[in-house]
Design a binder for this molecule. Sequence first.
Ligand SMILES: NC(=O)c1ccc[n+]([C@@H]2O[C@H](COP(=O)([O-])OP(=O)(O)OC[C@H]3O[C@@H](n4cnc5c(N)ncnc54)[C@H](OP(=O)(O)O)[C@@H]3O)[C@@H](O)[C@H]2O)c1
Length: 337
Amino acid sequence: MICHPSEVLPAPQAMRVTRFGDPPTVPTRSPGRRSVTKRAVVRVTHASVGATDLTAIRGKYLLQPFPRFVPGYDLIGTIEHLGAGGHPRLSVGQRVAGILPRMGAHATLLSVAPSLLVPVPDGLDSATAATAPLDGVTAQFALDALDTTHGPILVQGAGGAVGGWATQLAVARGLTVFGTASPRTRQRAEALGARVLDYRDPDWINALVEATGGGVVGAIDHTGSRELHRAVSPQGRIVRIAFDGTHRHPQRATLAGFVSATLRRHAHPSERVCSIPLIVAARRAAYRNTLSAVLTDLTTGALLPPRVHEVRFEDYASALTDAERCVPGSKAVLAMP
Ligand SMILES: NC(=O)c1ccc[n+]([C@@H]2O[C@H](COP(=O)([O-])OP(=O)(O)OC[C@H]3O[C@@H](n4cnc5c(N)ncnc54)[C@H](OP(=O)(O)O)[C@@H]3O)[C@@H](O)[C@H]2O)c1
């Protein structure tokens, strides 16, 4: 017999944003809305908090959910229930990781498609595992989208969350990595193997072009800067993971950047957009393989995680403050009750 989770488990709770700019501080009861017949019910134990959550809570995210949404894209948890038919890779009681195609992970219990979940390797603790799904998978797909085996490449924000993973992954592939960072994150970027340029130096692109003898062959970027075309050789490629910039209207800037990058698909240098929510929705098997590989590399020590700053679910406000402060080399992770 298939039981609805609310019949057998404590009431699920979620951090719900009811008004943009007004972060939730108290969890609210979260009734399961979808049938669990073919789904997995996951007791969430850990979930990361990052830049995308902060943007969405402000109401400035391109894939902006409507008010009453629950932030959070990725999670670690335990399978409480598997719907009819089960799933060959999964079993009840198993520890799993996943990224959702739409936000909603900052909750204690989720009903999700089993195809979103991969096992967490034994030997990897859940809080550490929680640092990896969204940021690590973004970095890996962005690097793959550069489609280069020789480098040198540029990673913007190499001391940041996604940039830190991208730098490590690229160095592990034997690529020379130039990374941008302010003095605040410089040390972190260098420790991961990047040759650092300060993005606040108006001359940094000229310095990069000179150091590389004509520009890098690929760049992973979250700023949307058009100046970056000068930093990349004509046959090279820019992969945009965001279009943050300093624009007063970030959603408009992101939409414009998305269109511009799509139109530049065959330009010199070419551009690609890497959006993990879209990849999770459209390329499920590739997403799962990449997430599994990142978790395996974390377990073997081939990839180094950021320092976990674990925050109780009930202290959500301080998790957001921590994510905002963005201490170099540290990641805010919610620990559910
Ligand atoms: N495409 C996707 O699916 C996807 C997935 C995850 C995240 N994202 C997006 O990717 C972006 C980065 O996320 P994150 O979690 O890595 O953020 P993060 O940890 O805050 O890192 C951002 C980094 O960017 C650096 N930075 C700030 N201004 C810069 C500039 N003008 N030029 C170059 N670097 C600059 C910062 O360095 P300093 O601290 O030294 O200033 C910081 O290290 C966010 O917009 C996020 O929403 C996209």
